[in-house]
Every structure is written in structure tokens, then in C-alpha cells.
Ligand binder design. Sequence first.
Ligand SMILES: [Mg+2]
Length: 233
Amino acid sequence: MDKARVEHVFFDLDNTLWDHRGNSEVTLEQMFKDYEITKKYNVTFEEWHEVFYDINEKLWEDLSEAKISKDDLRERRFKDPFAHFDIHEEGLGLEFEDEYLARMGKMKGTVEGAQEILEYLSDKYTIHIITNGFIEVSEDKLKNADLLKYITTLTCADEIGVRKPDNRIFELANNKAGSTKENAVIIGDDWVADVIGGTNFGWQAIFLDCFNEKPSLEGVPNITSLFELKELL
Ligand SMILES: [Mg+2]
């Protein structure tokens, strides 16, 4: 990659700066206790969470391919895993969904190095967020994790109803930021949404390879820790 022309740095939010996996698991485990799910239905959190995780991932995949709507995802991501364990309590799925989003917005867990790296980068570049996450919670996540102070613009896919890797979301982010295809780089943990999407649009990209999958694209550095950004930018 060519560091010399970078002026704007776009970060993906979930699992790139904000620890979505960790925050989600802590939130759901607490909700499981508060709703006494194990006691009422004889399902452990661990066995349920495994099913929830797979269903949720699949629904997000379907959403990014526009096979389902955001409302479908919100309606089904708790209802379906509960149904898997024969729990059909009316309204429980949606209640979980609303409560989950409300609680997630208050969680503070960040990816290791997020604060330090934003502190470092914000001296040299203008920092932005481009996320497929819900608009209802993205700003709260940044605020509560104390990251909002580094961020100049926040672009949520919900604003125009298309998600990364769709070109239009990058166009919107570029317009909001006042950046160009030449002077921007995106850093994200989703190979297709962030790296393929970003480079197809014309930005440079850096892949945060959380699971050490080592995909490769010419000119795109893979990193396994945010700290490595100090060498690249
Ligand atoms: Mg992500």
C-alpha cells in the first residue's frame, strides 16, 4: 500500500474497533440469567449461544446479500434459536432483540489496541467509521467505549439501506468525509465487505485478519493486531 497519499482513515466498527463478539457474549449471558432461561427451559447458555451464533451469522450473510431485510433479521435472530430448543413463548424473540440492542449500546469492550491506535492515528489523519451495524446503536457504542472523540464522520449502511460491499455505501462515506478515492484507506475485519468492497470502490485497504485466514490481494496488507498499524500508517 501507498501510505504517502493517505489522508483519511476509515475504520469498520464491529470487531475492528468495538469488540462485538466479546460484548455480545457478555450481554447475552447476562440476559439469559435475567430472563431465567436455563431455569425455565432447561437450556444452558453455552449450548444456546452456539446455535444463536450460527443463525445470527447466516442471517447477516443473507442480509448483506439482500436476501432478507433488516426487519427480518431482527425478527428472527432470537426467535429461530429459541425455536431450535422448542421454546415458543410468544414475543420472547422480539423482547430479546430490543433488550439486546439497548444493552449492547451501553457496552464498552474494545478490540485490543483500539484506543492507543486511534490516539496515534488521529494526530496524523482524519478518522471515520463505515459500518454495516445498526444506526440505532452505532453512535452509542462509540460514545460509551470512549471512541467518539476520535471520529469525524460516521456512516451507517442503514442510512441508505445498502451494506458493504455495495459501492453506494462507500460513495456515501466518501461524500460525508470529503475524502477521495485516492486519499482514503479502509481497515476492517471482513474480507468481502471491507477489503473487496473498499478496493472495488477505489480505496486502499488493510485487512484485520482476526482468525489468521491469510487471504491475499495485491497491495493489501494483512494484520493480526491493531498495533501493526503503527508500522503501516
Ligand atoms: Mg466488522
